[in-house]
Write a protein that binds this ligand. Sequence first.
Ligand code: ADP
Length: 374
Amino acid sequence: METLNLLVVDDEPGMCSAIRRALATYEIPAVNEDPAVAFAIDETDSAEAALEKIAARRVDILLLDYKLPQMSGMELLQRIADSQTEMTTVMMTAYASIETAVTATRRGAYDFLAKPFTPDELKSTVYRASRVRLLQRRAHRLMQEKRRFRLELLTIVSHELKRPLAAVETYLNIIRDHSAGDDPAVYQDMIERCRVRTGEMRKLIMDLLDSARIESGQYKRCLEPVDLLPLLEGSIAAARSEAEANGVEFVLSAPERLEIQADRNEMQIIFNNLVSNAVKYNRRGGTVTIRLASQGTSITLCVADTGIGIGQEDQANIFKEFSRIKNEKTQDIPGSGLGLSIVKRIVDLYGGTIHLQSRPDEGTTFTVTLPWGP
Ligand code: ADP
């Protein structure tokens, strides 16, 4: 049950108490996504006092008399508009000309209630005003969530970019000052490390772009028959230098041709992420076994590694954005925590599934199933 604060501003004796009586037991039941609503009613007889009340506590619905002793209802409306305080205002008036109605609407009035009105007319006006107010409050909450998420995103991204940037800067300074002795191999090694670090930054930026594109739903998907094997081989080729550096071997089993109706880019993103993770989180001298097969009306991709594995307690979280398992085994492994969340969203777009089986220190197998056609 949500409580909306309703303020009645009227100098006519008896009007405030009549409204209070009519709405005393009035509640709006929950409908679909809208919660049930009850009202906390407050009252005052002047615009000046109303301003004080509005400053002191949130007002959701304002029932405002047009004619008030000093500052008029219309002036009060303008003050509220100037202060950008959000509420839903209903003007109560015995003589609403078109002109006053236009002015009041311009100043933010949502509705009019012609005096005298019956309790039922009052309730139906308050009902409409409360629906609008609930919508405003929901939009406000969404906006706040969006702001919080943006800030969180910026904090994570800048943190993740700062580390590799600092490392590259340090190496570049040493190379510029020639401060690591005369052995060219030392500098060569530093240049290679810089290359790895810039690669990490590029991966983070690409992941962010993929994530934003898929989230917005505004990119143009191109669904066409796609042969999966060349894409899979492309992902393996991209991960090969890191695999070789760690003595990790690939074992691939796949039919020569396996076509599904899909977006080529999306398939590449799935393969790239699963294959590169299987290399990245593997042990030295480990194996990555990849199996692509068709099964009934779907295709199945299994990517198994012999790496650090994922504990049961972390398995449910790894498909969430920016979720990275933090322990001594992963602390030196770079990543954005975005890859699997992107993979999961793409798999969902196809009505497919993604599962994992894993044991710490033994390895992990990700299994993706996609229907032939979306
Ligand atoms: P990241 O860029 O950090 O690799 P992902 O979204 O791809 O982000 O993965 C999320 C987390 O899941 C990783 O940080 C890692 O802790 C864990 N993870 C993913 N794949 C594997 C794997 N094959 N083996 C072990 N842990 C993995």
